[in-house]
Design a protein around this ligand. Sequence first.
Ligand code: SAH
Length: 318
Amino acid sequence: MNRPAGVHDSRPRVSPAPSLTSQCWLRLSVQVPCELTEAVANFLLELGSTGIIESEYDATHPPEPLAEVQGFFPPESSGQTLCDALTHYLDELALLFPQLDRPTPHVEEITNQAWQEHRRVHFPPLEIGKRFLLLPPWEPVPVASGRVVIVINPSMAFGTGHHATTRGCLEAIETLCTRFGTPLRALDLGTGSGILAIALAKLGTPEVWATDIDPVALDEAQKNINLNRADPRVRLSNSPVEELPGPFPLIVANLFSTTLVSLAPALGRATEPKGFAILSGIQIDQEEDVRAAYQAPGWHRRARIARDEWVTLVVQRA
Ligand code: SAH
C-alpha cells in the first residue's frame, strides 16, 4: 500500500491546510491518470502549494481511471505562472508516460470558507464498528458518543479510516479485543497516519509498536499520536520487523499483497504462538496468493472481512 502503484489512488489525501489568516486561495487543479497523481501532487507541493487534495473518495464505485489533483496557493501567486509551470511539467511527464493525454490545468480563486467546506465534505466524522468514532481535528468531539474517539488529520500519510482496508483492520481489532481481551503488546506494521496504533492504544494496549518505511508517514503518525495523547503507549520506529522486540500477540499489517507474501516468514517469527495477525491491503484477485503464504500448519484462518474490492484476513499462529 505504498503510494506509486495507483492501487489505492481513489483515497482522499490532504496535506497541511492553508493558514486561516488568508481570505482567499488560488486553486490549481488537473485531471490525470490515477498512477500519476502522486507525481503531480509532489510537483504542486514543490511549486509552493500549501494544501493538496487528491481525488474524490467514493467507496461505492470502482476507482476511476482519472483522478483530480488540486493544489492551493496564496492569493498573491500568479495563476498564469502556476498554470504554465504545471503545463510544462505535464509535457515532460508525457514523454515518460504516453497515457498522459496532455490534460489542461485550471486555476480559480476560492474563499477560505470554500476550502474549509471542501475539507468538511471530504472527511466527515465516521463511525466504524461498534466502538470507534473517527474525527478530523476540526470537528468537535461529541460529549457522550460512547465511542472511542480517534482524531486523524487527513494528510500525506495513508489512513484516514475512509478506506475499506483501514476499516477492515479496525473492525478486526475491535472483534479480537472484544473476544480475547486487549493484548499486552501489539505491532502496527506500516502505520501510515498511525490510525491503527492509536486505536490499539485507546482500547488499552499498553505497548504498541508502530513502524513505517516512509519518513513522511512517521512524521504524520507522530503528530496524530500526540493529538490523541497516545504517545505514552505508542513507539514509532522505522526498523524492519525482524529487528523489533517480538514476538507479539497481535500484529496488524495493512500493506500491499505482494509485501504481505514476502513478509510471511518474518511475520510468522514475529507473531507469538496462538497470536493473531490482521492482514489487509489485499485486493480480491490477490487473496489466494496471500492465503497460500499464511496457511496451515503455521497459520489458521480465523476471519475474512470483504468490502468493495478489498479483503482483510485474520490469521492465527499455530
Ligand atoms: N496502517 C494504516 C496505513 C496503511 S498504508 C492504515 O491501515 O490505514 C501502508 C503503509 O505501509 C504506508 O505508510 C507505507 O509507507 C508502509 N509500508 C509499506 N511497506 C512497508 C514495510 N515493508 N514495512 C513497513 N511499512 C511499510
